[in-house]
Design a protein around this ligand. Structure first.
Ligand code: TEU
Ligand code: CA
Length: 552
């Protein structure tokens, strides 16, 4: 496969609202990010993925955009953004933007026009349908609760919104819409941004028949008719031809519902669509009758099967995007590791496990400190509309016990990852001098950046070493991947091979002492999270990576 800068890179995701507040209004902002660029440079990351910073009424924290070419007032202004880009580039850090174009805000001028009348020139920018027998056009449920259709008085019709009713879906079958989006993308690229993370890009082309979906819970499932729809690849090829291929940039698609076969189409190297995609099979393990809402522990064998499938399945065809967490997921150490007694060991172990696989690793802000789930116990602490809507729908309509739902939220709510970055032991963890928009995790006195920068054995410094290893060891970028010990329910093990070199990675996902068959004697330890490892056992959450020269 071809070399590319984004294959050798480590990407750091910033959720601006929760990163760093420079002016005491309780909301993170661009100046705050600029003030932490040296922290990121020291960590060693190559690329920042910036969650949306555009003008937005914040129904969904910026994923509802009312102006693609302006900055959200609370975050600063375009001058601040230009400054951020310049300061990042001076430090050799690239910036990729979140591109949210499946939908806009209902306060976007296109939608304000569109809803005015059936004849309005912007009418066809969105998806409008007549009701059926005085009801919604079909039974689809929104991913954020309720029907996916909203009735609009002005024209006595319904518009589609896969997400909240303040996030109407754009009509990608209208080429004026596509051209407007491409224009906007070029505008950002001309400014010098280095690529895009494309929000739910797998949903942009809808099945024109709009059939009822299979009932899951209260509503019909729209996924089979909206994910990987009839024209999605045609539109991405067009976007690639007209925009992406004209610049030296990278793209990663958030392809909800993606299968391996579909991923080969989105991210196949010879396909001229995207560079890589996020798949969600590992984060969706445990989903059940209430969709994502569950409190099941992770089944390691199932988890390994997912990675084996994606690592081996894309070999020679496309490139993997590797992540444990993002702004929609619980904290990595709480979900896959142990956020109690073994927090430090397990956070480091998860780092080893992910960063030495084949693909580009993504670090979600705070993961490099081993930040944990929010620990909220009261519904009023939650800010996320998905969580709040789900609570009401599941408890009040589906009969889930309130305590049970609070447990689910505590495990998988998106707000677990959205509590403010823990910078130091000062008030509000140094995130803000004002009142934070969402509560700071109570454990900030123990878990914070200032303490970890000083401690050579900290999770931060361990991540720093992992990033350095990727930059130094070609095998980590290019070696082939093979899963080992597939039947072990305790150890996640794999090897990477490049020419006469081999890298063997062993990770204990349990709080127990686990034995296994040894590795060859002629092995050097590349990285380990305990001292003096290297026997035929692994201590609780121990991780160890060996470098082996096969012909010596
Ligand atoms: O998420 C898309 C998506 O699939 C989510 O519904 C996801 O399944 C859910 O958040 C998991 O709990 C993207 C963004 O990442 C998310 O933050 C936005 O809310 C959403 O699109 C709408 O733009
Ligand atoms: Ca602020």
């Amino acid at each position: 496969m071809k070399n590319a800068w984004w294959k050798e890179a480590v990407i750091y995701q910033i959720y601006p609202r929760s990163f760093c507040d420079s002016n005491g209004d309780g909301i993170g902002d661009i100046e705050g990010i600029i003030s932490k660029l040296d922290y990121l440079k020291r960590l060693g990351i190559d690329i920042i993925w910036l969650s949306p910073i555009y003008e937005s009424p914040n129904d969904d924290n910026g994923y509802d955009i009312s102006d693609y070419q302006n900055i959200m007032r609370e975050f600063g202004n375009m001058k601040d953004f230009d400054q951020l880009l310049e300061q990042a580039h001076i430090r050799n850090i690239r910036i990729i933007m979140d591109l949210v174009v499946n939908h806009t805000s209902d306060e976007h001028p296109w939608f304000i026009e569109s809803r005015k009348s059936k004849e309005n020139p912007y009418r066809d920018f969105y998806i409008w349908k007549e009701g059926k027998d005085g009801r919604e056009p079909n039974n689809w449920g929104s991913w954020f609760g309720g029907s996916a259709w909203e009735y609009d008085d002005a024209t006595d019709m319904y518009y589609l919104h896969i997400f909240s009713k303040k996030q109407p879906d754009l009509n990608w079958d209208n080429d004026k819409v596509r051209q407007k989006i491409y224009e906007m993308m070029r505008w950002w690229l001309e400014k010098g941004v280095d690529g895009f993370r494309m929000d739910v890009i797998s949903l942009i082309s809808k099945n024109p028949a709009f059939p009822d979906g299979e009932i899951h819970g209260l509503y019909g499932d729209l996924a089979p008719y909206c994910a990987h729809g009839p024209h999605v690849h045609e539109y991405l090829k067009e976007m690639n031809r007209e925009v992406l291929s004209q610049y030296d940039i990278m793209t990663v698609g958030e392809t909800s519902c993606v299968t391996l076969e579909e991923a080969k189409k989105y991210a196949g190297e010879d396909r001229q669509e995207l560079n890589m995609v996020f798949q969600f099979e590992h984060v969706e393990l445990g989903s059940g009758i209430y969709g994502k809402w569950n409190d099941q522990p992770i089944d390691l064998i199932a988890l390994k099967k997912v990675f084996k499938k994606w690592e081996e399945g894309l070999e020679g065809i496309g490139w993997n995007a590797l992540f444990w967490s993002n702004h929609d997921q619980p904290r990595a150490v709480s979900r896959y590791g142990n956020d109690g007694e073994y927090r430090e060991y397990s956070a480091k172990m998860l780092g080893v496990c992910l960063h030495l696989m084949k693909g580009t690793p993504y670090i979600y802000q705070g993961e490099e400190l081993g930040m944990t789930n929010a620990g909220f116990t009261d519904l009023s602490d939650y800010r996320d509309l998905e969580s709040i809507n789900a609570y009401h729908e599941l408890v009040e309509v589906q009969g889930v016990e309130p305590e049970q739902m609070m447990r689910y939220l505590g495990k998988v709510s998106r707000d677990n990852a959205r509590t403010p970055m823990q910078w130091n032991t000062e008030t509000n963890a140094g995130f803000t001098t004002g009142t934070p928009w969402i509560k700071v995790n109570e454990n900030y006195k123990k878990i914070n950046a200032a303490a970890q920068l000083k401690d050579p054995d900290s999770i931060y410094n361990f991540y720093r070493r992992l990033i350095q290893i990727r930059h130094e060891e070609e095998i980590v970028v290019s070696g082939s991947f093979e899963m080992l010990m597939e039947e072990s329910g305790q150890i996640f093990a794999y090897q990477r091979v490049l020419d006469d070199k081999k890298l063997v990675v062993l990770c204990n996902f349990t709080p127990n002492h686990v034995t296994f068959d040894g590795v060859p004697k002629k092995a050097d330890i590349l990285i380990e999270n305990y001292k003096n490892g290297g026997g035929t056992y692994l201590r609780p959450y121990e991780a160890i990576a060996y470098k082996i020269k096969t012909y010596e």
